[in-house]
Ligand binder design. Structure first.
Ligand code: ATP
Ligand code: MG
Length: 596
């Protein structure tokens, strides 16, 4: 299932242990079936990548399978456009669900029949209380709930009302169907949870067929059981829902409506990363208020954004393997993700030359109109990737900060005092500089030593400390270079203490409701304490034109390279053309954030 290289050896984690035990005991006859259940109401983000890699990865390791199931129980918020993008992103991460692409709405008929069965068993009733009444009679952690006046309505009456709810006789909110479990349960989720509500809404797959829609807790466990899922892995906020998950499918299995062995739910810590926000609500706000250039803006923590930025699927898998899975929430520093991408790209990308802030270097003793070829390896540690030729001539572009007229102490690049190597070419010495009327530097003059060409016998005769890169002005091509950096300037956008260190942050995350949950719930994030938008990094995108070598002009969209001494870059997926090359910076070579 994993197309590219995977990481070996995998470290153990509690999920791997559980699955190994189940395989050993034969609980599921050796079957391992997981699922990834996105709600098709937005684009996937980095957090989802963790869940996808975990679910598909565990299945693959155990020769099992992972289902892609769209959790489309809320007709008001969902869209086919999102489904396509979600499926694309899962595929991009390297996974394949085969024929196992499902929708919760595939089970609307079964869910409805099961609901009637619960009513007939005296285990569900139609409640006419308002949402407000239900909320206030639910009790608290210390006080039991108060039974609804409708709790003892006879099954026949409940059935009649439920059928009329389905037939569309009542307006939205008039009734709900609730399970009859235990109004005094210490677990609030067990206090007669609602499982169906009236919604006169068109659904993107079932159209106008339904006027009642099942709620998440009821739908999820039944869908898992119907698909014969074995290990249902979700984030920690669902831990308190597990007794309900078990109760529903246990009852149905006892009634002969579901097959045993039943799936079991396991919870892991969601991914929380510094310097980004990972909640749909905020991602939507960033797009709608145009703080970014759309969902696939390379700065967005979406998977479409990650792809456009040049992040790799194998980098995400490396990251997921490195961070592992835990049962308690914590915040991870963004540099862990960047480092995984660097390590992956270091291995897989060829090197190229680009000059992003050009300064002219004129070699006065090199013949005018002459040029020659220098051979440049495509990867310093991988000779098997071969080499390419880069033309050298009298006028070159070098990086502006590779020259200093009056060098600082410890500066080893080009200066009037300092001979350097033009990488893969000759040693050069600065002779003088040209300045304009205002005293700005316009060109540096130098002489070269013809006996020092890299790869020739004389090359190593004289040692120099500096080694800088260059491109011939006559051969270099202009490109649009988009320099992306972190979207937020602080680790905890919007927090009372936004720069608090990740390690110092309390390792707990508020319990959030399963639908409408806020991925950024955090004790430091006092609601409205500060606006997270105030923490945007004003320098997160800078567009410049730079010079690139000829070989880069032929790059295809999404080809990735290391620009020597600059960072990793990708040819933009949509805008790059041979006539008008566009490269996005994926990540710099080294982490500069933790040193600021
Ligand atoms: P958000 O909180 O951003 O709105 P969500 O949880 O509502 O996301 P879903 O489409 O319901 O989004 O999520 C699909 C799956 O991805 C769920 O199993 C969910 O637990 C998991 N998931 C969502 N966010 C994260 C995260 N930050 N880390 C790990 N898994 C996540
Ligand atoms: Mg959700």
């Amino acid at each position: 299932m994993i197309h590219e290289k995977s990481v070996t050896p995998p470290a153990s984690n509690f999920l791997r242990v559980v699955i190994a035990q189940d395989n050993k005991s034969g609980k599921y006859d050796g079957r391992v079936v997981t699922r990834f259940p996105p709600e098709p109401n937005g684009y996937l983000h980095y957090g989802h990548a963790k869940s996808i890699i975990l679910n598909f990865g565990l299945a693959a390791e155990n020769h099992g399978r992972c289902h892609l199931r769209f959790d489309d129980t809320n007709p008001l918020k969902e869209d086919v456009e999102f489904e396509d993008s979600i499926a694309d992103s899962v595929r991009w991460l390297g996974f394949d669900w085969g024929e196992h692409r499902y929708h919760a709405s595939d089970y609307f008929d079964a869910l409805y029949c099961f609901a009637e069965w619960f009513i007939e068993q005296g285990l569900a009733y139609v409640d006419s209380q308002t949402a407000e009444e239900m909320r206030s009679s639910r009790g608290t952690l210390t006080e039991p709930g108060v039974s609804s006046p409708d709790r003892d309505r006879p099954p026949a009456e409940n059935l009649d009302l439920f059928r009329r709810m389905k037939a569309g006789e009542f307006p939205d909110g008039k009734y709900v169907l609730r399970l009859k479990i235990d109004m005094a349960s210490p677990n609030l989720n067990m206090r007669d949870p609602a499982i169906y509500r009236i919604r006169h809404a068109s659904h993107h797959r079932t159209g106008d067929k339904w006027n009642v829609y099942p709620l998440y807790d009821y739908t999820h466990c039944v869908s898992d059981a119907l698909e014969r899922v074995t290990h249902s892995i979700c984030t920690l906020e669902f831990q308190d829902h597990r007794p309900l998950y078990d109760w529903v499918i246990d009852q149905l299995a006892d009634g002969g409506l579901l097959e045993r062995p039943l799936p079991r739910q396991y919870e892991f810590a969601r991914l929380n990363l510094t310097y980004v926000v990972l909640s749909k609500r905020r991602l939507i706000e960033l797009v709608e208020k145009k703080h970014v250039d759309g969902w696939d803006d390379p700065r967005m923590p979406t998977l479409v954004g990650a792809r456009r930025r040049g992040f790799t699927a194998s980098g995400f898998r490396l990251f997921a393997e490195r961070i592992g899975v835990s049962k308690s929430d914590s915040w991870l520093d963004f540099s862990l993700l960047e480092n995984a991408m660097r390590d992956d790209l270091n291995d897989t990308t060829e090197r190229r030359i680009a000059i992003l802030d050009p300064l002219k270097l004129i070699i006065d003793n090199y013949p005018e109109k002459q040029s020659e070829i220098c051979f440049v390896p495509n990867h310093p540690q991988k000779p098997e990737l071969g080499q390419r030729s880069v033309p050298f001539s009298r006028e070159l572009w070098i990086e502006r900060d590779d020259f200093m007229e009056t060098p600082d102490k410890g500066y080893f690049r080009l200066s009037p005092q300092q001979e350097v190597r033009l990488r893969y070419a000759y040693l050069v010495k600065c002779t003088h500089v040209d300045k304009d009327a205002e005293g700005n530097l316009i060109a540096v003059h130098a002489t070269y030593d013809p006996d020092t060409k890299s790869g020739t016998a004389g090359a190593a005769a004289r040692k120099v400390k500096g080694n800088i890169h260059w491109l011939s002005t006559a051969h270099a091509r202009l490109a649009e270079i988009r320099l992306y950096d972190r979207l937020f300037a602080v680790p905890f956008p919007g927090a009372k203490n936004p720069i608090g260190h990740a390690e110092e942050a309390p390792h707990t995350v508020e319990t959030t409701l399963p639908d409408g949950g806020d991925g950024d719930a955090h004790p430091l994030l006092e609601p409205h304490a500060r606006d997270y938008l105030d923490d945007l990094n004003p320098a997160s995108k800078r567009v410049i034109s730079g010079y690139i070598e000829q070989a880069l002009v032929d790059a295809h969209p999404e080809d990735r390279f290391q620009f020597e001494r600059q960072g990793y870059f990708v040819a933009d997926r949509f805008d790059h053309r041979c006539e008008r090359p566009v490269f996005n910076r994926t990540v710099t070579l080294k982490d500069s954030w933790n040193k600021r």
